[in-house]
Design a protein around this ligand. Structure first.
Ligand code: ZN
Length: 169
C-alpha cells in the first residue's frame, strides 16, 4: 500500500477544513502527477484517511492528512506563561454572554477570529492583548456582555471606571 503523509498548519476547525479542501484540489498522483480523485474517506487516529485513484494511470494510493497546531504561549501580567486555551477564553466569553440573546454561532465565529489573529501574531501573546481582542468582539456582539466582561477583566475599582467603560460602548 502506498501511503503519503501530509502535514500542514492549521489555525482552527474552519481553517483546517479549508486547508484540506485546497489540498484535495492540488493532490496529484504520486506516480505520474496526473489528477486524482478520492474513492474513500475515513477518520482514523492517524488523521483523515483518503483512498485516492489516479484518473490517468489508474494507480491507487492512500493519504493521511493531519492537522498540526502551533503552540501559542500566553504571558500573564505577572510574567507566568501558560499554553493558550480556546476553551478557557470561551468559558470567559460564555459567562459574559449568559442569558443574552447571542447565538452560539456568533460566539464561535468571534473565537475563530480571535484564534486566527493570535496564530498570526506569533508564539507569545500577552494576556492583555487577548483580553482586548475579546472586548473588541463582545462590543460588537452585545453591550451587556461587553460591560460584564470588561468589569471582570478590567477589575473595576469604582463606579468611575465603570462609567468610563459604559461611555465607550
Ligand atoms: Zn497516475
Amino acid at each position: 500500500m502506498n501511503i503519503l503523509w501530509i502535514k500542514f498548519n492549521t489555525i482552527n476547525g474552519g481553517f483546517q477544513k479549508r486547508g484540506i479542501q485546497s489540498l484535495v484540489l492540488i493532490m496529484k498522483c504520486i506516480f505520474c502527477s496526473g489528477e486524482t480523485h478520492v474513492t474513500d474517506k475515513r477518520e482514523s487516529p492517524e488523521g483523515t484517511r483518503r483512498r485516492r485513484e489516479c484518473l490517468k494511470c489508474k494507480k491507487r494510493f492512500t493519504t493521511y492528512e493531519k492537522a498540526e497546531k502551533k503552540a501559542i504561549i500566553v504571558v500573564k501580567k505577572d510574567g507566568r506563561r501558560e499554553p493558550f486555551s480556546r476553551e478557557k477564553i470561551k468559558i470567559g466569553i460564555m459567562k459574559a454572554c449568559e442569558k443574552r440573546p447571542i447565538p452560539l454561532k456568533n460566539i464561535e465565529n468571534a473565537l475563530d477570529e480571535i484564534e486566527e489573529k493570535l496564530y498570526k501574531k506569533g508564539k507569545e501573546v500577552k494576556s492583555e492583548v487577548i483580553g482586548k481582542m475579546i472586548m473588541h468582539k463582545l462590543k460588537k456582539l452585545d453591550d451587556i456582555a461587553y460591560i460584564r466582561f470588561a468589569s471582570v477583566y478590567m477589575n473595576f475599582k469604582d463606579i468611575k471606571d465603570f462609567k468610563l467603560a459604559l461611555r465607550q460602548v
